[in-house]
Design a protein around this ligand. Structure first.
Ligand code: EPZ
Length: 417
């Protein structure tokens, strides 16, 4: 397993290009199942999760090619309704094929994704939504078995805001008979991006990006060419790195509108942030002010930025309260940060972070995607060298992160062990 080493204390400087959004690319690639013919997607990040998705789409019979950051998917050859455990277990978001398979093939057998390090990750709302559309759902032997005659539009309320739940049902409803209304829908930019692609395929979706989405089902969809939106979490990760190291860094190819909550929070810590159309300049100061933060569904502060922001607070002036309201176990990175000298006390879903003068480099263990990024950030400001192990977690969601930080001046390198 690879590890990444960081020698702390270096300032960063210059410009970094942000890549395509993993969490937009995954549902958009899966949406190719809804139509026959070649879809071409550009600005697709070169990540493990993308490759896992392509493996699954190929298993289902789609013809897929990846050339750099361009991916083509043609589902004309769709020939099975089953997504097996050995593919789904590699990436939970594989559950996104459930809605499209039921819509296209009138049946699906998809392995239950199971939980992960940050939480149980149930899919009850995905299943409730499909049942509302008329699908018959059975759970047997670790699989979801769904079938229908033809999905029919329905008025669906999500008890909890769910990103992939909203995406799954939106894709299924696109080919249902009649109108579907999704209430308490997720509002993330990735939802809007998916709806834009579906509408270009011929779907009739209104209200994406708001909590009420209306889908007027159609008979058939057609293939499209589309570009993936920039990754707002990668953007936020570089913004946090600049604020953390007191550096002057410009993130280009970004979508400032998608990171407003992160901009607001970082400004409260004392960072100077200038925003232009597709770039964000962050200048970190000599001191970091402690700021409380609570993770919320979009447009609130994103849970996927909680660990990265916590690193900032570990070396801030004073104490801050960080509340994680989305996932029940998303403080795993805390014990690793404590091994680097951070002063953090957890009580329920809240962490009290007391700023310390400096962190100390140490061997640490990545446990999930965003925890990996936070440990690299911590290494940037820790004394001596930090060794981040199990970086396969990182490679799921960041394309060559260490190369991008090296280009900004960090002393960071990967060792294949
Ligand atoms: C998406 O996960 C993202 N993944 C996650 O990013 C992100 O952290 C999360 O949304 C929240 O923003 C992708 O888009 C591929 P949810 P998702 O359904 O859709 C509960 C990363 O680091 N819930 O919005 O799985 C659930 O337990 C990843 O890139 C139910 O109770 O998250 C959680 O408490 C990590 N029943 C809350 O809703 C359901 O049926 C939000 O989960 C579904 C969800």
């Amino acid at each position: 397993m690879d590890k990444i080493l960081v020698r702390g204390g270096r300032k960063l400087a210059g410009e970094v290009q942000v890549g395509g959004a993993k969490n937009a690319a995954l549902p958009i690639l899966v949406a190719s199942l809804l139509c026959d013919g070649p879809n071409t997607f550009t600005n697709v990040p070169n990540l493990r999760d993308i490759r896992s998705t392509i493996d699954l789409l190929r298993h289902l019979g789609a013809n897929c090619t990846i050339e750099g950051n361009t991916t083509c998917v043609d589902a004309s050859g769709l020939n099975t309704h089953e997504a097996p455990y050995d593919l789904v277990r590699k990436m939970r978001a594989s559950i996104l094929v459930l809605g499209p398979l039921v819509a296209r093939l009138k049946k699906a057998r998809v392995s239950l994704p199971g939980g992960c390090a940050i939480g149980a990750r149930p899919i009850n709302l995905h299943l409730k939504g499909l049942e509302c559309l008329g699908a018959r759902i059975e759970l047997a032997h670790g699989y979801v078995e769904a079938s229908c005659d033809r999905l029919k539009g329905a008025d669906i309320y999500f008890d909890v805001v769910t990103v992939t739940g909203t995406e799954n049902i939106m894709m299924a409803a696109a080919l249902a008979e009649g109108v579907t209304i999704l209430r308490n829908a997720a509002r993330e930019p990735e939802i809007t991006a998916l709806a834009d692609v579906l509408n270009r395929m011929g779907a009739k979706i209104e209200g994406a990006g708001t909590s009420e989405v209306t889908i007027d089902g159609v008979e058939q969809l057609s293939p499209v060419n589309a570009a993936i939106i920039p990754d707002r979490i990668e953007t936020g990760t570089f913004m946090a790195a600049a604020a953390l190291t007191g550096s002057d860094v410009t993130i280009s190819g970004a979508q400032p509108e998608h990171v407003k909550a992160v901009i607001d929070q970082l400004r409260r810590t004392g960072a100077l942030i200038d925003v232009a159309e597709d770039r964000i300049r962050v200048r970190g100061g000599d001191r970091i002010e402690s700021v409380d933060v609570k993770t919320l569904p979009y447009p609130g502060f994103p849970t996927d930025m909680q660990a990265q922001f916590m690193v900032l607070m570990t070396v801030a002036q004073g104490a801050s309260l960080i509340s994680e309201t989305i996932f029940e176990n998303r403080f795993i990175h805390v014990s690793e940060l404590e091994r680097m000298g951070a002063d953090i006390t957890i009580s329920g879903n809240t962490a009290l972070v007391k700023g310390v003068k400096t962190l100390s480099g140490a061997p640490v263990m990545a446990t999930d995607l965003r925890a990996s990024a936070c440990l690299i950030l911590a290494g940037l400001v820790a004394d001596n060298t930090t060794e981040v192990n199990r970086v396969y977690h990182l490679d799921r969601g960041y394309e060559a992160l260490e190369k991008k930080f090296e280009a900004l001046g960090a002393a960071i390198w990967r060792e294949n062990s």
